[in-house]
Design a protein around this ligand. Structure first.
Ligand SMILES: [Zn+2]
Length: 481
């Protein structure tokens, strides 16, 4: 008996030592710097250029006024003459394209995607009117400053400078500017992708919006973190519907339509959906853990032992849960008209965001299993706006290493991490044209800035814009080394 206790004791001590050794042996891993020659841009000039674009109210709508888009294209032609004269310019549906011919036709081209359309904004809650393009106290203010005109202008500054210096890329570079991204990109990105498919173009990489250089957004990490979206969650809305006979509320049945539906919604909220400690979010946590607290480091370094606790911890926080798991959010509820009439029907909409590896059919089946009540009919409500999760772009690709290395060169002291984009971007239309889709804008984003995207007082710092132009100046060259 005593011997057994000693053996168990020794085994436990051994396990503890191994766990600690593993924890301490994990060294922070960051990409090596790729130092393409940088150059400085005049912040005031870049800011003025961006402010000019924000004055065109390029609001997307099914019947959008086309004039602001025409005027914006004209404005870009005037302000960036070099890159326009060195490229061929054309439009496909609601997208404009600059194709900058590379010197080596055997190399696959790269594509930079931005969108010039914005969501609506009304003057009321803004410090400066949203379409005034005001430059004030080190910021450029206006709808679209972060999403997505800021990135577009930074890229154009870099391309204009390079073209003016006589630089010619080895790979062809496509600059695609969509004009209906906020509506799903069917008339823009989707049509450009169809045309490239027809031309049998295979892209070495596609760069789109998605992640930012976040500051204070990731709990427990002090340094800024550049989040590079290597995958994107899918989108599905399900309708839950209960139909009963109805009747007078003075004689209610034992179970009512709203009651049956409510029970189902609670089960949906507690339903364990697809996901777990694997995929791109695992890569993210493994990248950032060495910079986090000891318990997190211990848990991640010894995931083989701590997995159940680790996953429970991830699930218990909304932000981490969204990165690792498919989520389901009840968003709309409908039942009943009058206070003294039983609601014959009750209906709810549940919006799901699918983790890479999951699929709409599987998620729908899982929800039905969790509800386990035949009286609740589950059907697809998002129809053709249903989107499966994206494939995962590999981190050992030349494209990822080049992007990460360029971030490291341009933003020293910034951690670089893979990430899962939780919202949808237009890059999904190009999924079959490349295996390297990287979603990242080189702009700094703090917690309050998050609410500015699609919210009030959207703005970007003047110095961030100039740094972003330098970043693209380096990236274009590094992609052509
Ligand atoms: Zn956007």
């Amino acid at each position: 008996m005593k011997r057994l206790a000693v053996i168990i004791g020794l085994a436990l001590v051994g396990l503890m030592l191994v766990s600690l050794a593993r924890t301490w042996s994990v060294r922070p891993q960051q990409p090596s710097v790729i130092d393409g020659s940088g150059t400085r841009f005049d912040p005031a000039k870049v800011a003025t250029h961006l402010a000019g674009t924000l004055r065109f109210a390029t609001v997307s709508a099914k019947t959008a006024e086309r004039l602001p888009f025409e005027e914006l294209r004209q404005y870009l032609r005037q302000n960036y003459p070099q890159i326009h004269s060195h490229s061929s310019e054309y439009t496909v549906g609601q997208a404009s394209i600059l194709e900058w011919q590379g010197s080596t036709p055997t190399l696959n081209p790269v594509l930079f995607y931005f969108h010039s359309d914005v969501v609506p904004a009304s003057d009321g809650d803004w410090s400066h009117p949203p379409f005034s393009g005001t430059i004030d106290k080190d910021y450029v203010w206006g709808r679209g400053a972060l999403d997505d005109k800021g990135g577009l202008i930074a890229f154009l500054e870099a391309a204009e400078r390079l073209a003016g210096e006589g630089y010619q890329p080895r790979r062809s570079i496509f600059l695609v500017v969509g004009e209906d991204e906020e509506l799903g990109g069917r008339q823009g990105a989707a049509r450009v992708a169809a045309q490239l498919r027809q031309r049998r173009v295979h892209l070495a990489a596609l760069f789109d919006e998605g992640g930012f250089i976040t500051e204070g957004l990731i709990d427990g990490v002090e340094k800024p973190v550049a989040l590079v979206g290597i995958a994107e969650k899918g989108y599905l809305t399900l309708q839950l519907r209960v139909e009963t006979a109805g009747g007078h509320s003075s004689l209610p049945p034992l179970e009512t339509a709203p009651g049956i539906l409510s029970a189902a919604i609670l089960k949906v909220q507690n339903c364990q959906l697809a996901g777990g400690f694997h995929g791109p979010a695992e890569s993210m946590l493994r990248t950032l853990a060495p910079h986090m607290s000891f318990p997190v480091r211990l848990g991640v370094a010894n995931a083989w032992l701590t997995l159940p606790f680790l996953e429970r911890g991830i699930r218990s926080v909304a932000t981490t849960r969204a990165l690792f798991f498919t989520t389901a959010a009840p968003t709309v509820l409908r039942a009943g008209e009058r206070d003294n009439v039983l609601a014959a029907n009750a209906e709810a909409l549940v919006n799901l965001r699918l983790i890479p590896g999951d699929n709409p059919q599987g998620a729908s089946r899982r929800i039905e299993e969790c509800i386990a009540d035949r009286r609740v009919k589950v059907s697809n409500h998002s129809g053709n706006t249903t989107i499966g999760p994206s494939p995962i772009s590999p981190m050992d690709s030349l494209a990822y290493r080049t992007l990460a290395g360029t971030i490291a060169a341009n933003y020293p002291d910034t951690l670089i991490s893979p990430w899962v984009t939780v919202g949808a971007t237009d890059s999904r239309h190009f999924a079959d044209l490349t295996d390297a889709i990287l979603r990242f804008l080189p702009l700094r984003l703090s917690k309050p800035d998050l609410a500015r995207i699609h919210g009030h007082n959207e703005r970007v710092a003047v110095t961030d814009l100039a740094d972003a132009a330098t970043f693209y100046y380096r990236l274009i060259q590094n992609l052509n080394l």
